[in-house]
Ligand binder design. Structure first.
Ligand code: FCB
Length: 487
């Protein structure tokens, strides 16, 4: 007898627009990440690989073949995709009128978008991109692939974020991305427009992908290779807060503007994708290591979900909620939580980056490591699913899980062991996990690390754009088509 997954379980793969779309001609150069990846200083300082996203897999042109792989090659019934905001709105939308409400702390807490403004947004949108995204979604529909659409998977339009100016002279930069609350308002317009325009083909939405990577890698660690490459704790707090607010506002607007259903999840089932990570004190007998591990676990795993789901904005990071940190008016809803899980982190105390708070560093992986240097630890999957559900009581989806494995030696066992843990979380612990999206369908542009990191179930030859199955393809297909893991 095998380990059977619940009826209607979503079996899919996850991709992000910027990481897969370019490669065969049509280039989107109007995002912060595009400029960031090409920036000579960044390349010279080895902050980024020097690989160019325009040499990527070319999903923008080859999407029909690739979606066929997702369906027929892998036996999936769903796919997680994102749209790039800069493809739809390469030009600014700031002058398109909306009403903005503020809470008593001066935070944007409400954005109203009149129907006329949605019409103006449609006039402003770059129609060839809108059309191509429709073709992609229509093809998913034709193949019977349920789409989970991520609205924001990291690149920001250049008119929203000039990451190089922020890196070089933050004090004088004017387009400061998520540091500015105006970005919440513009993101609200984009989200409403997407829901209105594509709602007939999409029911499942993730507002944000891994907000803590955006704020943590972008604003806490200038060596991370992520834009804008600052170490500035107060911007880190501001960006995290603004992302939490942006989720809530997009949540409401997507629900408002998508009126049509195309699946049992319809018209709009809207969540956020988070990456709770498994942390372990490097030395369990060291009080400092234990304290550091607990602190990083709180900041990385708990802090932003407390904002989004409970309205607890612990802005002074002291792990308690004072009266003026309770912001119930910012809680709008979250129908599910997407869990991205990859690895275990061993944490050791280190000098503090934030005054008065325990500092920490991640101890490099030495055993069971992936090409990223991430430690393989399947049990952490079950732990994080339980943790997330117990604290927040929302249905979950595993929205990413996978391995950079250029030699194709460990992917199959990684897949099987992690699925085994997901099954235990469902069958033994009663955690409502609704789907599994493997990262990724294809090898792709791994942000600062470029093309060397090969996460694809299908290997991509970047010269010829040819796709070749890895050993894990038949393994995944067997599981997805039977909805069952063999004992
Ligand atoms: C996650 C990102 C995704 C991909 C994987 C490997 O943090 O969401 O885009 O880069 O890591």
């Amino acid at each position: 007898m095998g380990k059977v997954f619940p009826d209607g379980f979503l079996w899919g793969n996850a991709m992000a627009a910027f990481q897969v779309e370019m490669g065969l001609g049509e280039i989107d150069s109007k995002s912060d990440w595009y400029i960031w990846a090409h920036d000579k200083e960044n390349v010279k300082n080895s902050l980024v690989s020097g690989d160019c996203p325009e040499n990527g897999p070319g999903f923008w042109e080859l999407f029909r073949d690739d979606l066929k792989l997702a369906k027929e090659g892998l036996g999936g019934n769903s796919v997680r995709l994102s749209f790039d905001w800069s493809r739809i709105f390469p030009e600014q939308t700031r002058d398109i009128p909306v009403t903005v409400g503020f809470d008593s702390f001066g935070n944007v807490c409400d954005v109203g978008i009149p129907a006329d403004s949605v019409r103006l947004l449609d006039e402003r949108a770059y129609q060839p991109s809108v059309q191509r995204y429709r073709e992609i979604l229509t093809e998913c529909r034709r193949l019977g692939l349920t789409v989970l659409l991520t609205l924001y998977h990291w690149p920001l339009p250049l008119w929203v974020h000039d990451a190089i100016a922020c890196r070089d002279d933050f004090g004088h930069a004017v387009r400061r991305g998520w540091v500015d609350q105006t970005t919440i308002v513009e993101f609200a317009k984009y989200s409403a427009y997407v829901a209105k325009t594509f709602g007939d083909l999409v029911d499942l939405y993730a507002t944000l992908n891994e907000p803590m990577v955006v704020s943590g890698a972008g604003y806490l660690s200038k060596d991370s290779g992520f834009p804008p490459g600052l170490s500035d704790p107060s911007s880190f707090v501001e960006v995290s807060k603004n992302l939490a607010i942006a989720h809530g506002i997009a949540y409401e607007l997507v629900k408002k503007w998508d009126a049509s259903s195309c699946s049992a999840y319809g018209p709009a089932y809207v969540g956020v994708v988070h990456n709770p990570q498994y942390y372990k004190a490097f030395d369990k007998d060291s009080k400092d290591d234990v304290r550091a591990a607990r602190f990083v676990e709180y900041i990385q795993n708990e802090w932003i979900l407390n904002m989004i789901l409970k309205g607890d904005y612990d802005l002074n990071l002291n792990m308690t909620i004072e009266k003026d940190e309770q912001r119930p008016s910012l809680v709008k809803g979250c129908d599910f939580i997407g869990v991205n899980y990859y690895m275990r982190n061993r944490i050791r105390a280190a000098p503090s980056a934030i005054l008065g708070f325990p500092g920490y560093e991640t101890v490099p992986c030495t055993e069971n490591c992936t090409d990223m240097g991430w430690e393989i630890y399947p049990q952490g999957m079950r732990y994080e699913l339980n943790w997330t559900y117990n604290l927040y009581r929302r249905p979950l989806m595993v929205t990413e899980n996978g391995i950079a494995d250029a030699k194709d030696e460990k992917r199959s066992s990684y897949l099987l062991s992690h699925l085994g843990e997901i099954h235990k979380a469902i069958a033994e612990d009663g955690v409502p996990v609704k789907g599994y999206f493997h990262w990724s369908l294809l090898d792709n542009f791994e942000w600062a690390r470029g093309f060397k990191m090969r996460f694809g179930l299908y290997r991509v030859n970047y010269e010829t754009k040819e796709r070749k199955p890895t050993k894990a393809v038949p393994v995944y297909k067997q599981i997805a088509t039977t909805n069952m893991l063999e004992e």
